[in-house]
Write a protein that binds this ligand. Structure first.
Ligand SMILES: [Zn+2]
Length: 311
């Protein structure tokens, strides 16, 4: 378990940043999306959330949305941060440690602008952490956390998302025991598929309108996502959505359990993708669990079927 003082230290840093963000908020004007509330991701009982992979998610009200971005920092990340700043919007970035080493300034900027910085492994291994030797997988996770902490220059959030959602019970337990909450997602933008920014925007809005709330997955490594983001945020505001910003802290995370009909969206995709890798098949495509699929079992989504790259 992480030391409580680390969370307090982070909370202090974050609240300073939030004060700056509040001042900036006035510049955004009432027409901007902003952040409607913060939600504490607690250290008392870290768990795994996001209905596409886990049978529970964050307890969000109707029309509340959490924005998450994976696989950065990358060239389009600056434009993503610009779009968020224009709307005084806050998000969570699940950073690849290797990328953080290459582009530390973008990690520093995201942290300084009040976004939560989470973790997404060091190498985003093609074979996934699931197929790696457990000790090697843990080492990759820890190397990623260390690299991202170093790039950020501040304590980052104890939030982790498995590359391709390909977790193992042992790795999830280990992360939880160390105070890390594991994040899946409730809905994704399928932005690993090449499409126009307008098509991506319409796709994610349609999916979001169906489920009405949730943790949204994007990739800040994708130019099409960076290009559609400003208009997407303005459309969220227009449609009455409210942004929830995640912060680590003391206590329990407010979660809600899935219904009895819940099944994993990602597991069949992972099984299919990993079958080839286990057989020793050399595929040039890295796993994308983040592959296209129905979004949620409690909220059926339209289905897209082509597998694709995560980044
Ligand atoms: Zn990823």
């Amino acid at each position: 378990m992480k030391k409580f003082s680390q969370f307090l230290g982070l909370a202090a840093v974050v609240s300073l940043t939030s004060a700056g963000a509040s001042a900036a908020r006035a510049d955004c004007g009432p027409e901007s999306l902003g952040v409607s509330r913060t939600m504490i991701i607690g250290n008392a009982n870290p768990t795994a959330v996001g209905l596409q992979t886990y049978p529970r998610t964050l307890d969000l009200a109707d029309h509340e949305v959490v924005l998450t971005f994976d696989d950065g920092p990358a060239a389009p990340t600056a434009k993503v941060l610009d779009a968020l700043a224009r709307e005084c919007a806050k998000a969570t970035f699940f950073v690849i440690g290797h990328n953080a080493e290459a582009m530390p300034a973008l990690v520093k900027r995201a942290a300084a602008e009040g976004h939560a910085i989470g973790h997404h492994s060091y190498s985003h291994p093609d074979r996934t952490l699931r197929l790696m030797d457990e000790a090697m997988a843990k080492a990759d996770i820890d190397k990623g956390i260390a690299a991202t902490n170093k790039a950020a220059g501040v304590e980052t959030a104890p939030f982790f998302r498995f590359p391709g959602f390909a977790d193992t019970p042992a790795l999830v337990s280990d992360l939880n025991a160390r105070g890390y909450t594991v994040f899946g997602s409730d809905v994704w933008a399928s932005d690993w598929k090449s499409m126009t920014p307008k098509a991506e925007r319409e796709l994610i809005l349609a999916r979001l309108d169906k489920i009405g709330r949730g943790i949204v997955l994007f990739h800040d490594s994708k130019t099409q996502t960076a290009e559609m983001l400003g208009e997407f945020l303005r459309e969220l505001k227009k449609r009455g959505y409210r942004l929830v910003h995640l912060l680590p802290g003391a206590g329990e995370t407010a979660v809600v359990a899935a219904g009895p009909e819940w099944t994993s969206t990602t597991e069949p995709i992972i099984a299919k993708t990993l079958a080839g890798k286990k057989a020793g098949g050399k595929t040039k495509t890295r796993l994308n669990t983040e592959a296209d699929a129905p979004s949620s079992h409690t909220h059926p989504m339209e289905e897209n079927t082509s597998p694709a790259e995560t980044r």
